[in-house]
Design a protein around this ligand. Structure first.
Ligand code: 26W
Length: 797
């Protein structure tokens, strides 16, 4: 499109005029962004078409990744980097008096996800394209991503997020490829020509319209596709109340995770799941038929991966098409399906394991329900044959039981691969949570430790550190993150360590300025930036962090000579809208923040900052500026964590429990370069099974705990009355399910050591360097290679 700066400027200016209909001087930053974005999108269109043609011609095996969440964040700069034109564009714009960073602010975060699972999907797309692998994403084009969070008077307030307000320059509407999805109605079973046929009558149909986004690999000609489905009314759905029908239809792709505390919300969620699955599977199979004539060897050329159980209806949907539309018999359809679908589990928390009540499932998806019933019947029969008389086992493993469809059971039975996302997590799945299934299908189970797109989380997010790394070890790490180990050469090089320290301070100053702009609170970039950013959940134990801050505060108040390394505690977290307890924790963090920040006696020794609306673009500002990474979940509860990896690759040191991928971080960096504390997973599981923990004892025996816990309810925080009683009750009345008090002493101890260690700056920088140098393992390139080789069997094209 352009080979130098002047050419770029010329094309850009022309483009700008055409798209905005204004003269250059009249154009706003938004106009500039729109022009540049659409220009880049068109720039890749040829490679995009070529990539698809190559895939079709070569008949390479393809993988389709189905996910209810994609947390893409912003795409402009990453795309410029991946295309190798960031420098030309940035300096060309500069000549025109436009700052690329300002322009980036015009782009809305695509926040079609809620946490790690959604960001993982986005990182995987980046790695697939960068490794020239034929892998595509399918998702939903939510009109509003996850809500926008405001903090008002310390409380979370949710606003509908408006990422499509100014359109989306990256997407291409392909309405000619729309497919129709059927809900409700009834199924008529008939004998026709000697075989049973099923007719879905009186269904309400909805159109799924694809919007395609190019997924541009790093310095590669590969441009894969992320297809997001939009729900639109269908012309052919005769309806009495057309407005109601339109509203109901459009609500399918309106918001992520509608409140499911009532049946209406549950119906909507299940509708979303089937909508995603049916549109995607219909399309995949249609394209396959066109290319190969029939679906007989589908499993040899196609993998369909389901990201957690949300898309698990892919299994009965494939069965439906194979049987009802293509005339396969059950056994062959089952063979093809179960050799095509693979499944990742992301949690063992029982409340997060999906199950749908039959009263909703059966009427909404009548044909799919019949198929699930038959899958269940055959599976229970198999169990009966292998374990005759073991009713208890059948009850535990059945797909349909107690008036519910259990989605994880369906996923395991209907797929050829089941993976966890970190070693410990996979071991827990095999030995506990899914042990009965593991006994039945040991070969299906495998581990794929998560990873992160290091080109976003280091190269893009931390340009200064990236430049230092490239100056020292060359550019190869950008392609192969394991090359970061070359940095180990510098671990005793004091000038290198000083440069690292300087960059960290500069990044901290940028964040400090941002904090000041947002909160009017001044923080000192020489303090330790101690950061916990992640979804708000009881098991992640933001509460442990807060109670420790309260303890530090109390210590300083009692003894003004108390020495502790100055710290800025930074939080970012969204609580799910219906999660009452999580919202209380947000209020508590903000209440403690007010108390601490306003206390003149505390001065700069502690500051507490809650940054509202945590999202990908904010995360990119935070990780490069962090010294300490809080990964303090109750051991066994965090499947993997990926924030831990983003901190590590930016040189922050982890304070963490032996949970999820923290364990693997420790294996890589060694005990000396990580701060671990607390109960182990097996201790937690032992307490859970056999009892023996009494939180009240810790309350009585540790005055630090008693003081902080009492302060939740004794008027210490003026004006909040009974606000924190539920937290107090959870700790004492409900015996502290997440072992916060149990781990408190060990956490406070390690925090003290962290404070001491930070004073020895040279040593600290060396530890930091060790973390960066070993973080290459956690590139999602490594993870994706493992999926490609060991699960999908796909090859670079
Ligand atoms: C409503 C069903 C449901 C339940 C849980 C939807 C979404 C969730 C999560 C928020 C799923 C999630 O994000 N899990 C995280 O996945 C990451 C990627 O594998 C892991 O690193 C995290 O440990 C895990 O919590």
């Amino acid at each position: 499109m352009f080979s130098n700066k002047d050419e770029f400027k010329q094309i850009f200016l022309k483009r700008l005029e055409m798209s905005s209909g204004k003269s250059f001087s009249e154009c706003s930053l938004q106009d500039n962004y729109q022009a540049l974005g659409s220009m880049v999108r068109e720039f890749v269109s040829n490679d995009w078409i070529m990539t698809n043609e190559r895939y079709m011609k070569g008949k390479q095996k393809q993988v389709y990744y189905l996910s209810i969440e994609y947390l893409l964040g912003k795409l402009l700069r990453q795309n410029l980097i991946n295309l190798g034109i960031e420098d030309i564009v940035e300096s060309g714009l500069m000549d025109l008096g436009i700052c690329l960073s300002d322009m980036e602010e015009m782009e809305a975060d695509a926040g079609l996800g809620n946490g790690g699972l959604g960001r993982l999907a986005a990182c995987f797309l980046d790695s697939l394209a960068s490794l020239h692998l034929p892998g595509h994403g399918y998702g939903i084009r939510y009109k509003h991503g996850l809500f926008e969070q405001k903090i008002v008077d310390g409380y979370q307030v949710e606003l509908p997020e408006q990422w499509l307000r100014n359109g989306n320059v990256w997407e291409v509407n392909k309405s000619d490829l729309a497919v129709s999805i059927s809900f409700w109605g009834k199924v008529e079973t008939r004998m026709e020509n000697g075989r049973l046929v099923f007719h879905h009558l009186n269904a309400e149909t909805v159109n799924a319209v694809p919007y395609d986004l190019p997924v541009i690999g790093y310095m590669s000609k590969t441009v894969n596709t992320l297809r997001l489905w939009n729900a639109e009314p269908s012309q052919f759905s005769p309806h009495k109340d057309i407005l109601k029908y339109k509203r109901e239809t459009e609500s399918i792709s309106e918001i992520l995770y509608p409140d499911d505390s009532h049946d209406e919300g549950k119906i909507l969620r299940l509708k979303q799941q089937y909508f995603l699955v049916s549109a995607s599977i219909q399309t995949i199979l249609k394209n396959y038929r066109k290319l190969y004539g029939s679906l007989h060897s589908l499993h040899e050329h196609v993998c369909i991966h389901i990201n957690d159980t949300h898309p698990v209806l892919a299994i009965p949907e494939m069965m439906r098409i194979l049987i009802d539309e293509d005339g396969f018999d059950w056994d062959e359809a089952w063979f093809i399906t179960t050799n095509t679908i693979s499944y990742t589990n992301h949690t063992t928390l029982s409340e997060a394991l999906e199950k749908w009540p039959l009263r909703i499932f059966r009427p909404l998806l009548p044909r799919i329900y019949m198929i699930v019933e038959e899958i269940n019947r055959r599976f229970c029969e198999e169990l009966w044959n292998r374990f005759p008389g073991d009713w208890e086992r059948i009850a535990k493993q059945a797909i349909i039981a107690d008036e519910y469809v259990k989605m994880a059971h369906l996923a395991i039975v209907g797929s050829y691969s089941v993976n966890g996302v970190a070693k410990l997590h996979t071991e827990i799945l095999k030995s506990r949570e899914m042990n009965l299934f593991y006994q039945l299908f040991p070969n299906k189970f495998n581990n794929k430790t998560n990873g992160i797109a290091h080109r976003r989380w280091l190269l893009k997010a931390n340009p200064k550190l990236s430049a230092l790394i490239t100056d020292s070890i060359g550019t190869s790490w950008i392609h192969s993150a394991s090359e970061l180990s070359g940095l180990l050469r510098y671990q005793n090089d004091s000038s290198f360590l000083e440069q690292m320290a300087k960059i960290k301070t500069e990044n901290k100053q940028i964040l400090a300025d941002f904090i000041y702009e947002k909160t009017s609170i001044a923080v000192d970039s020489n303090s330790i930036f101690d950061v916990q950013v992640k979804r708000l959940h009881a098991y992640k134990r933001q509460l442990l962090n807060v109670l420790h801050i309260m303890y530090l505060y109390n210590r300083i108040k009692e003894d003004s000579s108390f020495e502790c390394a100055p710290r800025v505690f930074i939080f970012g977290a969204k609580a799910s809208p219906g999660y009452y307890y999580a919202k209380k924790i947000i209020k508590l963090i903000n209440t403690v923040a007010d108390k601490v920040n306003q206390d003149l006696q505390i001065a700069d020794r502690i500051k507490v900052i809650f940054l509202e609306n945590y999202r990908v673009s904010l995360a990119e500002k935070i990780f490069p500026a962090s010294d300490v990474s809080e990964q303090i979940s109750t051991a066994s509860k965090e499947a993997s964590g990926t924030g831990n990896m983003k901190f590590m690759i930016n040189g922050a040191l982890t304070v963490g429990t032996l949970d999820g991928a923290n364990i693997e971080i420790r294996e890589l960096v060694g005990d000396a370069n990580i701060f671990t504390f607390g109960l182990s997973a097996s201790e937690v599981l032992h307490y859970q099974q056999h009892g023996g923990y009494q939180s009240i004892e810790y309350y009585h025996h540790d005055s630090r705990i008693r003081q902080a816990v009492d302060q939740l309810v004794n008027g210490f925080f003026p004006g909040v009355q009974n606000e924190f009683e539920p937290i107090f009750d959870s700790l004492l009345g409900e015996n502290d399910q997440y072992y916060v008090l149990k781990d408190f002493a060990s956490y406070a101890g390690i925090q003290e050591i962290i404070g001491e260690s930070y004073k020895k700056q040279q040593q600290w920088q060396k530890m930091s360097l060790n973390n960066i140098a070993h973080a290459g393992y956690f590139s999602s390139d490594r993870t994706i290679k493992e999926y490609a080789d060991e699960i999908w069997g796909i090859k670079p094209v």
